[in-house]
Design a protein around this ligand. Structure first.
Ligand code: ZN
Length: 323
């Protein structure tokens, strides 16, 4: 049986690349793990952030559309992306966000987790969830946040649906998720041991306005599968269930299939291999523009067309001041 291991990555749309880099590396302290272009629109950037090694389950990626229209967050979308932070780190994060002028709200989730709710530079909805069981190795150890407070990958994602039942069936009967909790109109699903980065919340919002995908919204969510062979099996299973599944696409750092779940969210199943250290070493991840072989001959032109960006300096193991 093919298995889904949890979240692989979340891909959203942002506006100005520099504001995006400054927020995710400078404020949240993630590592920029890959600077490349959108393979389907190579005159725009595709930026990947994550932990130090670029592990699946920590990867937040963005298509950069400077000057484009803002989208609308609503049903049929992944509406909130939640990162895990260690227990007792929220006071640090409150101070850090406050100092950097980032607005946030303190909240308790439907399942009793303490958290901070915030938005990035383009209005994308994020949460920092205090939790005791996130993997302490899933951090960027040379980023600006002290390692004891650093983000430890994703906690969960929230999918907002007009009706949740067909999506729930896809998760539980096909993709191997189990419902592990329920509160009001929120249904929590997870694979494996329900650890952070394996959780999806379905929110049933029948009156909700449907979302419009553009700047400040999520484009798709990718689930992990361990091998190329398993992915072939996933494609077969989903096709048999009459999902419109794309062929397997080479994304250079993983292989992907895409299909739309019944509530409208674009799902991807992405392989763990080969990973981000295929065209540069782990040490040098995210330090220069990487292009797939088929775009390499267009590099001079692409470099001329892409907006100039300043890449983050690696702090060299020294976190910035306490907050
Ligand atoms: Zn993707």
């Amino acid at each position: 049986m093919a298995k889904i291991e949890g979240l692989h990555h979340v891909t959203a749309i942002a506006g100005e690349p520099q504001a995006n880099i400054n927020f995710y590396t400078g404020v949240l302290g993630l590592r920029l793990v890959k600077v490349t272009v959108n393979f389907d629109d190579p005159t725009t950037y595709h930026l990947y952030y994550g932990d130090g090694q670029g592990h699946p389950g920590t990867i937040m990626t963005f298509f950069l559309w400077p000057g484009a229209m803002r989208g609308r967050i609503g049903t049929g979308q992944l509406t909130v992306t939640s990162f895990a932070v260690p227990e007792r780190s929220l006071p640090y994060w409150r101070k850090r966000l406050h100092k950097r002028g980032v607005d946030f709200e303190e909240a308790t989730s439907d399942f009793g987790e303490e958290m901070l709710f915030l938005r990035d530079a383009d209005g994308l909805q994020l949460e920092l969830i205090s939790c005791s069981n996130a993997d302490p190795d899933r951090i960027w150890e040379r980023g600006p946040v002290p390692t004891e407070h650093a983000i430890r990958g994703f906690h969960h994602v929230t999918l907002s649906e007009n009706g949740y039942e067909r999506t729930a069936l896809l998760l539980s009967q096909t993709l191997g998720f189990k419902q592990i909790a329920k509160q009001g109109n929120r249904f929590r699903y997870a694979v494996a041991k329900a650890a952070p980065s394996t959780i999806a919340d379905l929110v049933c919002a029948p009156e909700g306005r449907s979302g419009r995908v553009a700047v400040g919204t999520v484009h798709h969510v990718a689930w992990r599968t361990a091998t190329n062979e398993e992915q072939v099996r996933w494609r077969g299973t989903l096709t048999k269930l009459e999902y419109d599944v794309t062929p397997i696409i080479d994304r250079q750092y993983f292989h992907s299939i895409y299909f739309r779940e019944p509530g409208g969210v674009l799902f991807e199943i992405a392989t763990d291999p080969p990973g981000f250290a295929t065209d540069e070493t782990v040490e040098h991840l995210g330090t220069s523009l990487k292009l797939p072989p088929w775009l390499e001959k267009a590099r001079p032109e692409l470099e001329r067309l892409l907006p100039r960006i300043e890449l983050p300096r690696i702090a060299g193991g020294k976190a910035d001041e306490a907050a």
